[in-house]
Design a protein around this ligand. Structure first.
Ligand code: ADP
Ligand code: MG
Length: 701
C-alpha cells in the first residue's frame, strides 16, 4: 500500500486544484485522496443499455443514446433564452436543450460527429427533449473506463454551482484509480474473506466506483458493508469486554433479609415471568465481580419500578447504599412516593433530593449519605453534584436514560472508589436487534410481558369537529369517578405558540368544565417546580379530575385512576411520544381510552402514525414503524454509538448482515479475546487505528 499517496491533499489531484479543493473540503469533508476514495456513489444507473430514439417511451427515465447533432440554434428571449440542438439517430430526432453555459456548449459541441448522450427524457406533445444531457464523443466513450453501472455521487447545491458535477467527480475517481494507481491494503484477514467469500478491499473499492457489472457491484457492496458493520461490532464487543475485565464491581453475594422480607411480606403481587427473568440476569451481574452496566428495556407499565427496587434491596442486603435518578422532578417525586411505602415497611431510610430541596434538608441528606445512615437516595440531576458524597454507593439506577448522557454516567462512577453497578431503565422500546448494535457496550434485559389483567387502552382518532362529543365523553368518565389527561404539544422552536395553544385550550376546558363541579390541574414547563408539584399532587390525590398539561407528564407518571388520555394536535407528536403518553392510562383496573385529536389536514406520515396507534399497543411494533418513518437518527444513543456515520451499510436494511457480523466478531473474541493470534493481527491493527483516532474510523469501516 502506498500510504503517502493516500494522504496526499486533494488539491494535488489532476483536475482539482485549490478552488475545487476548497469546495471539496467544505462541502464533503474531503481533504485527501483517501477521503475521496471513500466518497461512495449513492446510486447507479444502468449503462449497459443504449436506446434507439424510436424506443423512448414516456417515462423512460434515464436513457443513453448514440447519435449526432445536426443543428444548433439559440431560441427565446432574455430569461427564456436557451441553446437547442437537433439530435438524430437512424430512427428519429429529439432535441437537446441547455439553459446554462450556452456560450460554452455552442462553441464546443461538434456537428455531425457521433456522441453518446445520457439524460432524462421529457415529452412535449410528440416531441422529446433532454435538458443538460451528459455528452461524450463516441470515440472517447469507447476508450473510457467502461462501467456497467454509472455511479451517481451525492451532491450539494454548492458543488453543482462550483461546477463539480457528477462527471467531474467520476473523472476525479478515475484519476485516482487509473493515473495514480491507488492501492489500499487489505483490512480483513484471509479466513474472514474466505468464510464470507468476500472480494479484496482493493477490488471492492474499485468496483464500488466503477462497477463492471451489476454482479460485481453487489459483491463490492457486500464486502464493504460487512467490513463496516463488523468493525463497529468488534469495537463494541471489545469495549464491553475490557470494561468487564478491568472494572471490578462489588460482589453482592447475599440475598438477605430485606429481599426475603419484601418478597414474602410486602410485595403486593406475583412477579411476572419477565420480571423474574430480568431479576435473575441482574443478580448474575451483581455476583460475578465485574461492574454491572445493564440496560433494562420494558414498555410503559411493564413493571420496571419493582425490578429496580428489588435490585436496590440486593445492594442493601450487602450493606451498600443505592440511588435512583429520574430526569424530571415530577418523576423523581413519584418514584420517591411509591418507594417510600415499601421502604417504610422494611425500615429503610429513603430521601428525595431535587433542585428544589431546601438547604436545611439538603444538608441533612448530605450528612446522612456520608455517615451511611441513608439507604436510598431518589433524585434528579441534583444527585450528581459534587457535594453529594456517599459513604458506600453500590448501585445507581437511572430511569429514562435518554435524558442522561454518557458523561453523566461517568460522573456517577466517580462517586466511589469502586464504580457502583449501573442499571439504566428505559420505556422507549428499541427493536432488540437494533439495541444490541447501538448498545453493544451495555448488557440488555427486556421485560417483554405486561402484568396480568391489563386491559389494552382503546385508542381512537377524532377530528376537531368532534370536540363536543369528546367533552361529553369526558364528563361521563368523570361521573364514573375517573380522571382525565388532556395533553398539548410543546416543541422548542415554537414555544410561544404552544404556550398560547395550551392556555387557550385550558380556558376553553375551564369554561366547559366549570368549578365547583370540576377541578382542573395545569402543569407546563414554564411553571416553578414547586407549583408543578402542587398541581401534580392534587391530581395524584384525586382532588382534581382533569390534568391539562404539556408533555412534561410524558415520562413515568403513575395515576392508576386516570382512564382517559386526550392528546391535542396529535399529528405533531412522534410515535414514541404518543405511545409514552398513552401509557399514562390503562394503569388501573378500569377500561381506559386514548383519544387522538387532530385537524383535518394530515401528512402521510401523520396518518401512518395515527393508524399505528389505533391499531396496536405493542411498543416494539410501534418502535419498528417509528424507525421506518424517522430512520435511526432520532433514536436515543445513536449519536454516541457512531452507528449513524455508516458510510455504506444501512442499519435497517442490512440488519441481518449486522447480526452475522456481530456473531462472527463474537466468535473471534471468544477464541482470541485479546486478538493475539497471528491470523488476527490485521484485526488488531485496524482496531487500534479505530480507537486511536476517531477520524480514521471512517477510513477503515
Ligand atoms: P413502568 O415499567 O412503566 O415503570 P411500573 O413499574 O410503574 O411500570 O408499573 C406499572 C404498574 O404495574 C404499577 O402500578 C405497578 O405496581 C404494577 N405492577 C408491576 N408489576 C406487577 C405485577 N407483576 N403484577 C401486577 N402489577 C404489577
Ligand atoms: Mg416507570
Amino acid at each position: 500500500m502506498n500510504t503517502t499517496s493516500l494522504q496526499t491533499p486533494i488539491e494535488y489531484l489532476k483536475g482539482v486544484g485549490s478552488n475545487r479543493g476548497e469546495v471539496l473540503r467544505k462541502e464533503l469533508n474531503i481533504h485527501t485522496y483517501q477521503d475521496l476514495l471513500y466518497h461512495f456513489p449513492h446510486r447507479y444507473i444502468d449503462k449497459t443499455q443504449y436506446y434507439k430514439i424510436n424506443q423512448i417511451q414516456p417515462n423512460s427515465s434515464d436513457i443513453q443514446i448514440i447519435g449526432k447533432i445536426t443543428h444548433l440554434k439559440t431560441v427565446g428571449e432574455s430569461r427564456g433564452k436557451r441553446l437547442v440542438a437537433d439530435f438524430v439517430d437512424d430512427t428519429g430526432k429529439i432535441e437537446l436543450v441547455w439553459f446554462r453555459g450556452q456560450k460554452y456548449f455552442r462553441e464546443s459541441l461538434k456537428i455531425n460527429v457521433p456522441y453518446v448522450i445520457f439524460g432524462k427524457a421529457n415529452w412535449y406533445g410528440q416531441n422529446i427533449s433532454i435538458a443538460h444531457p451528459d455528452m461524450e464523443l463516441l470515440t472517447l466513450h469507447e476508450k473510457s473506463l467502461k462501467v456497467a453501472m454509472q455511479p451517481i455521487y451525492p451532491s450539494t447545491e454548492m458543488l453543482s454551482k462550483k461546477g463539480i458535477t457528477n462527471k467531474v467527480m467520476v473523472n476525479m475517481m478515475s484519476q485516482l484509480f487509473v493515473e495514480q494507481k491507488i492501492a489500499v491494503a487489505e483490512t480483513l484477514p484471509n479466513y474472514i474473506l474466505e468464510h464470507y467469500k468476500l472480494i479484496s478491499k482493493n477490488e471492492a473499492l474499485f468496483q464500488i466506483h466503477f462497477p463492471q457489472s451489476a454482479n460485481k457491484l453487489a459483491l463490492a457492496e457486500f464486502r464493504l458493508k460487512f467490513e463496516e458493520l463488523f468493525y463497529i461490532q468488534l469495537q463494541l464487543l471489545l469495549k464491553n469486554q475490557i470494561r468487564k475485565q478491568k472494572i471490578k464491581g462489588y460482589v453482592f453475594e447475599n440475598v438477605g433479609d430485606y429481599t426475603h422480607k419484601f418478597y414474602n411480606e410486602v410485595l403486593p403481587f406475583d412477579l411476572t415471568n419477565a420480571q423474574k427473568k430480568v431479576l435473575k440476569e441482574i443478580r448474575n451481574d451483581l455476583g460475578n465481580g465485574a461492574q454491572m452496566n445493564r440496560l433494562l428495556q420494558g414498555d410503559v407499565g411493564s413493571g420496571k419500578t419493582i425490578v429496580a427496587f428489588m435490585t436496590c434491596l440486593l445492594a442493601l442486603d450487602n450493606q451498600m447504599q443505592t440511588c435512583i435518578m429520574a430526569p424530571t422532578e415530577i418523576l423523581a417525586t413519584q418514584h420517591y412516593n411509591s418507594l417510600y411505602a415499601f421502604a417504610e415497611k422494611l425500615n429503610l431510610k429513603i430521601a428525595l433530593l431535587t433542585g428544589s430541596t431546601k438547604t436545611k434538608e439538603r444538608k441533612e441528606i448530605h450528612e446522612s449519605l456520608e455517615n451511611g445512615s441513608l439507604d436510598i437516595l431518589v433524585g434528579t440531576h441534583a444527585v450528581l453534584e459534587d457535594k453529594v458524597q456517599f459513604k458506600n454507593l453500590g448501585l445507581a439506577i437511572i430511569d429514562e436514560q435518554h435524558r442522561f448522557g454518557v458523561a453523566q454516567r461517568a460522573k456517577l462512577w466517580k462517586k466511589n472508589a469502586i464504580p457502583p453497578h449501573i442499571l439504566v431503565m428505559t420505556a422507549t422500546p428499541i427493536p432488540r436487534t437494533l439495541a444490541m448494535s447501538l448498545y453493544g457496550d451495555l448488557d440488555i434485559s427486556v421485560i417483554d410481558e405486561l402484568p396480568p389483567g391489563r386491559k389494552s387502552v382503546k385508542t381512537v382518532h377524532r377530528r376537531d369537529g368532534n370536540r363536543l362529543k369528546v367533552f361529553r365523553f369526558i364528563k361521563d368518565e368523570i361521573k364514573k369517578g375517573r380522571q382525565v389527561y388532556i395533553v398539548y404539544p410543546l416543541i422548542q422552536e415554537s414555544e410561544k405558540l404552544d404556550y398560547k395553544d395550551l392556555m387557550d385550550g385550558y380556558e376553553s376546558i375551564a369554561r366547559e368544565f366549570p368549578t365547583p363541579e370540576y377541578q382542573i390541574s395545569i402543569v407546563h414547563g414554564k411553571m416553578k417546580a414547586a407549583d408543578k408539584d402542587y398541581e401534580m399532587n392534587r391530581f395524584v390525590k384525586g382532588e382534581t379530575q382533569i390534568m391539562v398539561a404539556t408533555t412534561v407528564i410524558e415520562v413515568g407518571v403513575n395515576v392508576p385512576n386516570a382512564s382517559v388520555m386526550i392528546i391535542e394536535s396529535a399529528e405533531r407528536f412522534g410515535l414514541s411520544q404518543l405511545h409514552q403518553l398513552r401509557g399514562r392510562v390503562g394503569r388501573g383496573a378500569e377500561q381506559s381510552y386514548c383519544i387522538l385529536m387532530t385537524g383535518y389536514k394530515l401528512s402521510e406520515d401523520s396518518i401512518t402514525r395515527i393508524q399505528t396507534m389505533t391499531s396496536t399497543s405493542d411498543g416494539f411494533e410501534i418502535a419498528e414503524v417509528d424507525l421506518k418513518l424517522r430512520g435511526p437518527g432520532d433514536l436515543m444513543g445513536t449519536q454516541q454509538s457512531g452507528i449513524l456515520n455508516l458510510r455504506i451499510a444501512d442499519i435497517l436494511k442490512d440488519n441481518q448482515l449486522l447480526q452475522a457480523a456481530r456473531a462472527f466478531a463474537k466468535n473471534i473474541l471468544s477464541e482470541d479475546s485479546k486478538l493475539e493470534l497471528p491470523k488476527n493481527q490485521i484485526l488488531k491493527r485496524n482496531y487500534i487505528l479505530l480507537t486511536k483516532d476517531k477520524k480514521k474510523w471512517q477510513y477503515i469501516s
